[in-house]
Design a protein around this ligand. Structure first.
Ligand SMILES: Cc1ncc(COP(=O)(O)O)c(C=O)c1O
Length: 423
């Protein structure tokens, strides 16, 4: 076995996880081949009329590459998030940058989320166009173009809230709001220490909040502090210690806001990696969780509270269905899902429900599947397999639709309406 074929150090635990909890689809794929009726993406979309499939379509009949979401796993993930955050006395405000899909945003709101977040004003516009109004944009709008769009959105949707992280920006937002005849809602973005965005906690953040409070065009709603650098820290204890340590300065800022009589109605933070930790931060109202709906290989590897090696609080609901194009060569096959279907994020995608094989999507159009000595199976040309995605957000952004699957049946075709809305 060559070096590149050797199993990675964590493969044993990964295999255990895939075997035990990632279910059974590999077996279902066995025996399915080119004699299955296939439908084009257009045909399947046409079958979906007024929210119902007019024909019974199996996921194995989808043309590939296809992005699929397992509805039972998705709903369980949403329920787990809701029940955990409620038990911990906080709310969820899911980040729609992950799914970019208004149907999923609505599902999250219907099950108790207090609102959704967006990273881009374009995502916020799309969500609002689809009837969603409780939107917190977690990025600061700095250019005249973006500020104009944000104010137009604020005027149309008074529930739109945007982040700001400097006095210059707050003054620009206030002037723009006044020119639109509105008062725009804002939160102060506080830096957890990574220096990616946000203002320094403590006095600088307090000064900004006081300025906002005095500006005629703005309405202060509170603060946010997203500690992205802690979300993927390996091991629950290390993750907890790091994030709670890094959020201390934000809590001190929250205290300053409170003692100065400023609004702390919102103190938003956290993500999928710390959703069951952040409530220990005094004053925190909600977690801006994104990836939990879908999960991905990057998150599976960080370990959870009950399992050091595998983060199994949420199941991988999002998969890429791909077809084998070539099986002629020993120890491998080639599929139709390469970088344009999977991205080149690491770790590489994983074959769902199987073990003893590794997948790479480094080539633009082709995926390479290599078998190890203990591979659970091999594939023939025309057969399909499912991949657990490497990193959910950028993968979703590659597709116009996702197929919502119940069991093995396509139940809905959901437009990824904010796909590509990166401005
Ligand atoms: C500001 C902000 N909030 C929340 C999230 C959601 O994080 P996760 O997908 O880890 O839950 C992100 C992700 O990058 C983010 O940038």
């Amino acid at each position: 076995m060559s070096q590149s074929q050797k199993p990675a150090a964590h493969d044993a635990s990964r295999r255990r996880f895939l075997k035990s909890s990632l279910q059974t689809t590999g077996a279902a794929a066995l025996g399915l081949s080119t004699n299955v009726h296939g439908y084009t993406a257009k045909e399947v979309q046409d079958f979906y009329v007024d929210g119902e499939m007019q024909r019974n379509v199996s996921k194995w009949e989808l043309d590939t590459p296809a992005l699929c979401v397992d509805l039972d796993v998705l709903d369980t993930n949403i329920d787990t998030m809701q029940s955990t955050t409620s038990r911990n006395g906080i709310a969820s405000r899911p980040h729609a940058k992950t799914h970019k899909c208004p149907v999923i945003a609505q599902r999250q709101l219907d099950t108790g989320s207090v609102g959704i977040c967006t990273a881009k004003v374009g995502e916020a516009e799309v969500m609002f166009d689809h009837g969603i109004d409780q939107i917190l944009m977690t990025t600061t709008n700095v250019t005249p173009t973006k500020i104009k769009r944000a104010m137009e959105l604020s005027r149309a949707n008074p529930q739109f809230i945007q982040a700001t992280d400097s006095m210059t920006n707050a003054r620009l937002l206030s002037d723009a709001a006044q020119s639109y005849g509105i008062t725009a809602d804002v939160v102060v973005d506080v830096d957890p220490g990574g220096h990616r965005t946000g203002i320094t906690p403590g006095e600088p953040a307090l000064g900004l909040a006081q300025l906002i409070d005095s500006l005629p065009g703005l309405n202060l709603r509170g603060l946010l502090c997203y500690d992205g650098g802690s979300q993927h820290v390996q091991g629950f204890t290390a993750r907890r210690d790091q994030t709670l340590g890094r959020l201390e300065a934000a809590t001190a800022t929250y205290d300053l806001f409170q003692s100065s009589g400023l609004s702390t109605e919102i103190f938003s933070g956290g993500g999928t990696g710390t959703y069951n930790i952040d409530h220990n931060t005094r004053g925190l109202t909600d977690v801006q969780v994104g990836s939990y709906v879908f999960m991905d290989a990057q998150y599976i590897d960080i370990g959870g509270e009950t399992d050091d090696e595998v983060y199994s609080d949420f199941g991988p609901s999002l998969t890429i269905l791909t077809t084998v194009l070539n099986d002629q060569y020993e120890g491998r096959c080639t599929t139709d899902a390469g970088a344009k279907a999977c991205t080149i994020n690491r770790p590489w995608p994983r074959v769902k429900g199987e073990h003893g094989m590794s997948y790479t999507s480094g080539s633009d159009e082709f995926g390479s599947l290599r078998y190890e000595a203990d591979a659970s199976r091999t594939y023939r040309v025309g057969e399909k397999l499912e991949l657990i995605v490497s990193h959910c957000d950028p993968v979703v952004n590659l597709y116009n639709h996702m197929y919502a699957i119940r069991g093995e049946t396509v139940e809905a075709v959901w437009p990824i309406a904010a796909r590509g809305m990166s401005t």
